[in-house]
Ligand binder design. Structure first.
Ligand SMILES: [Fe+2]
Length: 240
């Protein structure tokens, strides 16, 4: 996967001036290619035995017995390779702000309320058809310090982990019709033709009557239709 990850038609560049964090963290020298050894190709993979069905319901997985506040949503998607073959057994992890735009993280000092019943993190495994499914609440927008009056559009962070540590993809899912997308340097760092692959589609067949709205967000791991991945796997640390 590593050789295709930096296809400039799909993936954002390491350095994108409007996205301020890339100024200090993009490499100053050409990358040094390291040989991939068996340890990267064969493991360790995810601890799949630890994944429970409760982990995939972010409206309840805080474990308080109470439900998180916000607009409920169901997000489903299919994870495939370049031949449209499903990837079964991949660990899909998500993390997100709460409905008010606040992460449960010590560096998040946004003056929006924390929800005592929202953890903001979940995980599940893709099934035999490569399909994952989460129940969550729609995240809020939040301010960040990239530039004056900067706001991240509502988004859900995704990590997909295959059978070995080297087969990891980190990306973000956005919402259709969001006016903040045009102003977001992280979204706009992605080459224009590939940007729409980061935007979920409203899916009425996924919507459950009287319960939650449905969205579909498919992920293609490699190839010309690949889902753009982040330039650095550091978004959790940097709270983007
Ligand atoms: Fe974020």
């Amino acid at each position: 996967m590593s050789s295709t990850r930096r296809d400039p038609a799909t993936y954002p560049p390491y350095f994108y001036e409007a996205y301020r964090a890339t100024v200090r963290r993009s490499p100053r020298h050409p990358p040094v290619r390291l040989p991939v050894t068996l340890s990267e190709l064969t493991g360790p993979g995810p601890a799949v035995s630890q994944v429970s069905t409760e982990d995939a319901d972010l409206t309840r997985n805080m474990g308080t017995g109470e439900e998180a506040i916000g607009e409920r949503m169901i997000v489903v998607g299919r994870v495939t390779d370049h031949r449209d073959e499903p990837i079964a057994g991949a660990l899909v992890e998500v993390w997100q702000a709460n409905a008010a735009g606040r992460y449960r993280h010590k560096v998040d000092q946004h003056g929006a309320p924390l929800d005592p019943n929202f953890l903001g993190w979940g995980r599940c495994l893709t099934n035999a058809d490569g399909v994952y499914r989460f129940v969550t609440i729609r995240p809020g927008a939040y301010p960040w310090e990239n530039h004056p009056n900067a706001w991240r559009p509502p988004h859900i962070h995704f990590s997909l982990l295959g059978p070995a540590w080297g087969s990891r993809l980190i990306t973000q899912m956005f919402f259709p019709g969001d006016p903040l997308l045009a102003l977001d340097p992280i979204f706009n760092a992605v080459p224009a033709p590939a940007r729409e692959r980061l935007v979920a589609h409203y899916a009425h067949d996924v919507t459950q009557p009287g319960y939650a709205l449905g969205y579909r967000f498919d992920v293609v791991l490699v190839g010309p239709r690949a889902t753009p991945a982040e330039p650095f796997e550091a978004s959790a640390r940097d709270r983007q």
